[in-house]
Design a protein around this ligand. Sequence first.
Ligand code: APR
Ligand code: ZN
Ligand code: ZN
Length: 360
Amino acid sequence: MRGAVLNSIEDARLVIRDDVAVVGPGADEVLIGIRAAGVCHSDLSARTGGLPLPMPGILGHEASGEVVAVGDGVTDLAPGDHVIASWLPPCGTCAPCRHGQPYLCFTHMVASYASPRFLVGGAPAYGMAGCGAFAEQMVVPRSGAVKIAADVPFEIAALVGCGVMTGVGAVINTARIEPGSTVAVVGCGGVGISAIQGARLAGAAAIVAVDINEAKRELARRFGATHAVHPDGLAALGREITGGDGVDYAFEVVGLPQTIRAAWKAARRGGTVVIVGAGRADQTVEFTPSELLFDGKRLLPSLYGSADVRRDYHRLLDLWRAGRLDLAGMITQRVTLEQVNEALDALGQGDVIRQVIDFG
Ligand code: APR
Ligand code: ZN
Ligand code: ZN
């Protein structure tokens, strides 16, 4: 089958090959025929080395498709079922799983980085984050495939698998903002626009879209932003619309030290700063001991929207069906697998929100 393979960080390009094969499905695994895959910034971060990936690697982790085959022990999925893939499938037994935090379960992801799920030209290759959706098929653990209704378009379902879950979940699961809250969202890509939509759903009174790209700031208004500003103007605008205090909730959806600091500064004393962006492990962010205590701000990490995907994918699709979550409007480009490098290059540029690879 065809797949987009990253051989080394130095290459900085994925190579489209037609000699890619899956390993499995083994017991408790599911073989998915990919029908649509979103291009998320984490894929770009993996291509540049900002997020870890064993090589050779198949990127792609925001996907939907059809079950092709199931391994031994899988009794509740069958070939032909439509599914969304989750890149953080819960194992059910680790400490976070036992504490009701399935979005922190790394068991299967770690396993996927130790045992290759693909062969490229007969040699072992690894899937990104337990997935590898930039290929015609991939194998995931049973808990990494969530069945959905067959009438949901594959490209809509794909978005739910990462960006929408991450952004909306940050607002409704992690922060649980109150109606009437004032909100700032720093970074208005697919994940940030989803956070803006989540804030609108949750009844925010003011939603400030913050981005260095003017086109993105304007687009954000279509999805519920009430104000839009360049990062340099955030602190002043935040004070202006809150009578001098700063916003109740600031969401950081880029993954850089300076945007984390910008979100921190935008939040009012006693407000909440939510870290959504997936930053590098070799950068640091500075906080003084004094501000950490005396400003009274809460710093909340939000991995994968603090999701329980078995519950939340359906919640998001129900909101989409009810016309309260605009997912079609987030798909700004459709591309082929052969165009994946250009799609990654285009992230953050122009009016790109989400580009979806259509596998037909
Ligand atoms: N200040 C404000 N906005 C910025 C800055 C900055 N310094 N740098 C980049 N941006 C904006 C870009 O202009 C773009 O609109 O952030 C947005 C990022 O959007 P995408 O590249 O589409 O990324 P997305 O897929 O939304 O992911 C955002 O969430 O899940 C994580 O790994 C992901 O860290 C990434 C983040
Ligand atoms: Zn993603
Ligand atoms: Zn677990």
